[in-house]
Design a protein around this ligand. Structure first.
Ligand code: CP
Length: 313
């Protein structure tokens, strides 16, 4: 694993190894001294061309817990604002002997582009590119599901909302499918589904009450308005009525259902507060798991020996 750009193309063994490695880092994270010296002497640059709260913070924290030197390039005040090309920015950073770029960009394929142009000793991690992929989010979600449900083959998972513009949905569908999930459902209006949905190996529902029936896991998604170009949408009130996750709709799922959301949440649009903060919600656990997963991905990409997972399943 030199780069971590997409879930597509990775096999079950590798995804399981990421989860197991994250388990061992989570165990270290629960101790009083959370740091390990695995990436001492390495320099990691977070290059976020799009806003982020969870991903940027947990990548930074993960790198620090691995004892790496971390730099968050402030794109708003960097020379990219003076017209410098992405490639010239990268060349300058490479001249500072960086070892890893963690990249978020609004263009699908940006992380792949950087990986193609990076020198052979540099790893590139995709922290979300356009509508394409968000692989570390998918893996922290898989860790959350595995911790609650044990394994994937007997599970019914529903992903609800703006599938069309969601890099999280795309990466999650690939991860769930590779890990052998029993049934993957998507629940969305026709206008928020990709044309290629039939090739994804999912069951499509347009009616929330039908789609939620007997599911073990519900993943709700935000309406990603920043990526919509003239999509036909109901009003927010109408969307909430049809696709908002409410306590009333959630009773149709299994009694031990877990409710997930990658964040940021728009309360009252895709989810009501009683559900987001309710007993089935694991949304804040997802955020915590981001640190262990990102430690695992960075350590594996840097090819350092990682600690054995004591509680690996
Ligand atoms: N889930 C996610 O990517 O959140 P941020 O945009 O806050 O990083």
């Amino acid at each position: 694993l030199r780069h971590f750009l997409s879930i597509q193309g990775l096999n079950r063994e590798l995804l399981t190894r990421v989860l197991d490695t994250a388990e061992s880092f989570a165990a270290i994270g629960a101790q009083q001294v959370k740091k390990v010296p695995l990436l001492r002497g390495k320099t990691i640059v977070n290059l976020f061309f799009e806003s982020s709260t969870r991903t940027l913070s947990t990548f930074e924290l993960a790198a620090k817990r691995l004892s790496a030197d971390v730099m968050n390039l402030n794109v708003r005040t960097s020379s990219t604002k003076k017209g410098e090309s992405l490639l010239d920015t990268l060349r300058s950073l490479e001249a500072m002997h960086c070892d890893m770029f963690v990249v978020r960009h609004s263009d699908s394929g940006a992380a792949h582009f950087i990986a193609r142009h990076a020198p052979s000793h540099v790893s590139v991690i995709n922290a979300g590119d356009g509508c394409h992929a968000h692989p570390s989010q998918a893996m922290l979600d898989m860790l959350t599901i595995r911790r609650h449900k044990g394994s994937f083959p007997n599970l019914r998972v529903a992903i609800v909302g703006d599938i069309l513009h969601s890099r999280v949905a795309r990466s999650e569908i690939h991860a769930l499918s590779t890990l052998g999930t029993g049934e993957i459902r998507v629940i969305a209006p026709r206008t928020l589904l990709p044309r290629s949905v039939d090739s994804l190996g999912v069951h499509v529902f347009h009616n929330m009450k039908e789609g939620l029936k007997d599911v073990d896991v519900v993943v709700t998604l935000r309406l990603q308005r920043e990526r919509m170009q003239g999509a036909l949408l109901p009003s927010e009130r109408e969307y909430f009525r049809l696709y908002g996750l409410t306590e009333e709709k959630l009773v149709l799922a299994r009694p031990d259902v877990i409710v997930m959301h990658p964040g940021p949440i728009n309360r009252g649009i895709e989810i009501e507060s009683a559900v987001a903060d309710g007993p089935h919600s694991v949304i804040l656990e997802q955020v915590s798991h981001g640190i262990a997963i990102r430690m695992a991905v960075m350590a594996m990409a840097m090819q350092v020996p990682v600690p054995e997972a004591k509680e690996a399943r």
